[in-house]
Design a protein around this ligand. Structure first.
Ligand SMILES: Cc1ncc(COP(=O)(O)O)c(C=O)c1O
Length: 385
């Protein structure tokens, strides 16, 4: 059944709505099988879990495509696997990629080390000067990559001018939409060609799976599948099943992440030990107006600048009781981390400052607990430090 017209929660819960035979299970079983029976002499598609066509893999791909409003999608074994293959599906040796400099550190390493080795040149552009995109374009530029909202300061980029630039110059616009999830933002509606997710984060939402996804036209997804067969980053059926279970509650989880994060951001802004709070739902955020226009929710990531630098931030982190110190995000539990030593460890102090991540910056992935408890945890840790 065509899911167009159905609400986001309905798509999240049901995925593709199909009629089921009496006595079918309500939840899909796990097809923990590497291979499937083949009729002798048949030329039908071979089902093999490395090919990404195991029923558990197909189910979540269709569910995500329905939520993003896309023709097709495919899940992989990690967000990095998804980023790598999404790019390799559209880039060849000798091609040039324009990438924003406001990106996850792992993606930066992939581009600057591995892509260079493959003969794909990458230029990092500071998106705060939009003119730079055109200036840095070459005859060989085939794609433009951005992350929005960004990690960890949740800068929101305007995709429409970038989509126009790509459209006029025959380039592919690739967007890492991990922080938003399709509930808060759907890049294809704003002119993107390919969407990437680290499904490890909100899509799964329970901090128990590593997974990634690519969403695009059928042609691009079939090219990703072709690469997947050779490069081998298929998602395991059990992990795919867990992602399916997680995705069913995505819409309600995101609503709670959005409201909890806004409440925490507002509360800690008032604390005297806090120098600044970055959250796109606050009027003080540089992209607040754009965020209000293009996002359906401001997301679950709050940046807290603790006065007194890294040592002061360390004291706060040690005093938190509910919020756990761990380098991931998007799960039901509140997690805190210091980008200085995790996602942004590869950058110089100057580069980190330029991205709004000075020493003393804490990233909070606000969970879905009772928000009063989360706020009390931070207020007490800040006051006691
Ligand atoms: C924005 C973003 N993209 C991609 C990734 C990579 O995802 P994974 O850890 O699932 O490989 C991460 C990981 O933190 C991320 O934050």
């Amino acid at each position: 059944m065509n899911t167009a017209g159905l609400g986001m929660s309905t798509r999240a819960v049901h995925g593709p709505v199909v009629r089921r035979a009496p006595r079918s299970p309500i939840t899909n079983p796990i097809f923990q099988s590497s291979t499937f029976l083949n009729q002798v002499g048949s030329t039908d598609e071979v089902l093999y879990t490395r090919y990404g066509n195991n029923p558990n893999q197909v189910e979540i791909a269709q569910r995500l495509a329905a939520m993003e409003g896309a023709d097709s999608a495919i899940f992989l074994a990690s967000g990095m696997g998804a980023t790598a293959l999404a790019h390799l599906a559209v880039l060849q040796p000798g091609d040039h990629l324009l990438a924003t400099s406001w990106i996850y550190g792992g993606t930066r390493t992939l581009f600057s080390r591995e892509f260079q080795r493959l003969g794909i040149d990458v230029t990092f552009v500071d998106p705060s000067t939009p003119r730079e995109w055109r200036r840095r374009m070459r005859k060989s530029t085939r794609a433009l990559f951005v992350e929005t909202p960004t990690n960890p300061v949740a800068r929101v980029l305007d995709l429409e001018p970038l989509a126009n630039l790509c459209g006029v110059n025959g380039m592919t616009l690739i967007v890492d939409s991990t922080f938003a999830s399709p509930v808060n933002f759907r890049p294809l509606e704003h002119g993107a060609d390919i969407v990437i997710h680290s499904a490890t984060k909100y899509l799964n939402g329970h901090s128990d799976v590593i997974a990634g996804a690519v969403v695009s036209s059928t042609d691009v997804i079939e090219e990703v599948r072709r690469l997947l067969k050779s490069w081998g980053q298929a998602i395991d059926p059990h992990a795919a099943w867990l992602v399916e279970r997680g995705m069913k509650t995505l819409a309600v989880r995101m609503a709670r992440h959005n409201s909890n994060a806004l409440a925490l951001a507002q509360a800690v802004s008032e604390h005297p030990k806090v120098g600044a709070v970055t959250y796109p739902g606050l009027e003080t955020h540089p992209d607040h107006d754009l965020a209000r226009e293009v996002l359906d929710g401001y997301g679950g990531i709050v940046g807290i600048q603790v006065r007194g630098g890294a040592r002061a931030a360390g004291r706060v982190l040690r005093r938190l009781r509910l919020a756990r110190h761990a380098p991931s995000l998007g799960g039901v539990e509140t997690l805190v981390s210091e980008p200085r030593v995790t996602s942004h460890a590869g950058l110089s102090v100057k580069e980190r400052r330029a991205q709004g991540v000075p020493d003393g910056f804490i990233r909070v992935s606000v969970g879905i607990e009772d928000v009063d408890d989360v706020i009390a945890d931070f207020m007490r840790a800040l006051s006691a430090s």
